[in-house]
Design a protein around this ligand. Structure first.
Ligand SMILES: Nc1nc2c(ncn2[C@@H]2O[C@H](COP(=O)(O)OP(=O)(O)OP(=O)(O)O)[C@@H](O)[C@H]2O)c(=O)[nH]1
Ligand SMILES: [Mg+2]
Length: 398
C-alpha cells in the first residue's frame, strides 16, 4: 500500500515527506522545487503486543520504541499540482499518473492562505485554503474521468455486443489505479447509470462515476500545513467547511526540525509527541535555541506538530488499516529463529485469514489449511476476518 502526498506547489509537501521519512529531498520557498516524484517509507504507530509475552520484541521490518511499534507504509511525494493539471498544465499529467498506485491521498494545504494557486508566496490570508480542497477534488475527478473515457465508446459497444458485465469494462479501464472490484461495485451502486448500455453514457455520467470511484477507492485526509502562521480558531472554521473530509492542522517544518534535531542527538523527541527535551542546552547555538523555542510555542498552541497524527488518521480512519502479527509458534509468539513478534503487517479491516496468508507469502496462501488465533488458540477458517492487533499462526497443508 502506498500513500500519496498531494497538493498545489510550495505548500510543504516535501517538507512533510522528509519529516515522515527522514529522507533529504529538496525543499525551497518557491513552486516546482520537486520535479520528480520522491518515494520513501514512513511509519504508523501501534501499541506493540510484546508485553503480553514479556517482551521485548525483535522487529524485522520496523522498530519498537517504549512499547510502541512503528509499522512501515510507503509514501510518494509528487511535484505540485496546479489548476488544469489533468490537461498537462504545470508538471501536469505525468505526475498525476505517478499517483495511480496510491491507495489514498494526504492533501497538503497552506492553511495560512499564503500561497497562490500556482505556488507563488503571498501574505497570509490572501487565499482561501478551503477552496484548494474543492479544487483538488475537481482535478482528480477530471483525471479519472479522462482515464475512464479513453476509447470508452468502442469498448462499451463490444461489451454490449457480447452482453458482458459493465464491471469488467470498468476494471479494464482502471487497471493500475489500485481500484478493486469492491470499489467499482460500490461506485456503481452510488451512480444511477444504465448498466446495460455503457456506450450511451454521457460525459456527465462518466464524470459522476469517476467522482464516486474516487470517493469509494481513494480516501483523502487534509493537512492544514503552516499552522504556525494561523490560529486554531481559523483552522477549526476551515475544518468545518470541508467536512465530511477529515483534516488536521500541521507544521511540517517544526516536525522536520525536531526529527533532525533528535537524529543529531540535540533533543529527546518521539515523533508525534507534544513536547521535547534538550539533551544539553550548552551545545546549542543562538539560532538553534531560537528555532526550538518557536517550536515549543507551536507545540503549546497545537498540542503536537500534527504531522504524524494527520498521516495516521489517513491510514487508520481513511484507509481502514489494521495491524496483524504473524508468528510461527503460537505459544511463544516467535518465528522459527525464536524472535518475538518479528513481523507486523498493515492490512485492510476485515481481511480474511487466507488473504492474510497470501499477503505474507503466496505459498502460505496456496497451502492454507487454517489460521490459529495465538491469544485464544482458536482455529480460524479461511474466510474468518482478522481483528486489529491479532497475533496469528498460519497452518499449511505441508
Ligand atoms: N511556516 C512554515 N513553512 C513551511 C512549513 N512546511 C513547509 N514550509 C516551507 O514552505 C516552503 C515550501 O516547502 P516544500 O516542502 O518545498 O513545498 P512543496 O509543496 O514540496 O513544493 P513543490 O515541490 O514546489 O510543489 C519551504 O520554504 C518550507 O520551508 C510549515 O509547517 N510552516
Ligand atoms: Mg516538493
Amino acid at each position: 500500500m502506498e500513500v500519496g502526498v498531494v497538493g498545489k506547489p510550495n505548500v510543504g509537501k516535501s517538507t512533510l515527506f522528509n519529516a515522515l521519512t527522514l529522507l533529504d529531498v529538496p525543499v525551497a520557498p518557491y513552486p516546482f522545487t520537486t520535479l520528480k516524484p520522491n518515494r520513501g517509507v514512513a511509519a504508523v504507530r501501534v501499541l506493540c503486543p510484546h508485553a503480553e509475552r514479556g517482551g521485548p520484541c525483535t522487529p524485522g521490518n520496523a522498530k519498537c520504541v517504549d512499547g510502541v511499534r512503528w509499522v512501515p507504509v510507503s509514501l510518494i511525494d509528487v511535484p505540485g499540482l496546479v489548476p488544469g493539471a489533468h490537461e498537462g498544465k504545470g508538471l501536469g499529467h505525468e505526475f498525476l499518473d505517478e499517483l495511480r498506485g496510491a491507495s489514498g491521498f494526504l492533501q497538503i494545504v497552506d492553511g495560512a492562505g499564503a500561497t497562490a494557486p500556482d505556488g507563488v508566496p503571498a501574505t497570509p490570508g490572501s487565499f482561501d485554503p478551503a477552496e484548494e480542497v474543492a479544487w483538488l477534488d475537481e482535478e482528480l475527478v477530471a483525471w479519472v474521468t479522462e482515464i475512464l473515457s479513453r476509447d470508452f465508446v468502442r469498448l462499451s459497444k463490444s461489451i454490449e455486443l457480447v452482453g458482458g458485465p459493465v464491471e469488467e469494462l470498468l476494471q479494464s479501464r482502471l487497471t493500475g489505479l489500485s481500484i478493486t472490484p469492491g470499489h467499482i461495485a460500490a461506485a456503481l451502486r452510488e451512480t444511477p447509470v444504465d448498466r446495460a448500455h455503457p456506450a450511451r453514457w454521457t460525459d456527465a455520467e462518466r464524470r459522476e462515476l469517476a467522482r464516486a470511484l474516487l470517493r469509494t477507492s481513494k480516501p483523502r485526509w487534509v493537512a492544514w500545513n503552516k499552522a504556525d502562521r494561523t490560529t486554531p480558531e481559523k483552522v477549526a472554521e476551515l475544518s468545518e467547511r470541508i467536512a465530511p473530509i477529515g483534516s488536521t492542522p500541521t507544521s511540517a517544518e517544526a516536525e522536520l526540525t525536531l526529527r533532525k534535531a533528535q537524529r543529531a542527538d540535540l533533543v529527546r523527541y518521539v515523533p508525534g509527541a507534544g513536547s521535547f527535551e534538550l539533551v544539553d542546552a550548552d551545545r546549542l547555538n543562538a539560532g538553534q535555541r531560537r528555532a526550538l523555542d518557536e517550536i515549543r510555542t507551536i507545540l503549546k498552541t497545537w498540542g503536537s506538530t500534527g504531522v504524524q497524527a494527520a498521516f495516521e488518521r489517513l491510514v487508520f480512519d481513511g484507509l481502514h488499516q489494521i495491524v496483524v502479527y504473524p508468528v510461527e509458534d503460537e505459544q511463544k509468539w516467535t518465528d522459527s529463529k525464536g524472535r518475538l513478534l518479528p513481523d507486523a503487517f498493515l492490512v485492510p479491516v476485515g481481511t480474511p485469514a487466507r488473504a492474510f496468508a497470501y499477503r505474507i507469502h503466496t505459498d502460505l496462501g496456496e497451502n492454507f489449511l487454517k489460521a490459529v488465533d495465538a491469544r485464544t488458540h482458536r482455529a480460524l477458517a479461511a474466510e474468518h476476518p482478522l481483528e486489529s492487533g491479532a497475533v496469528v499462526r498460519i497452518v499449511t497443508r505441508r
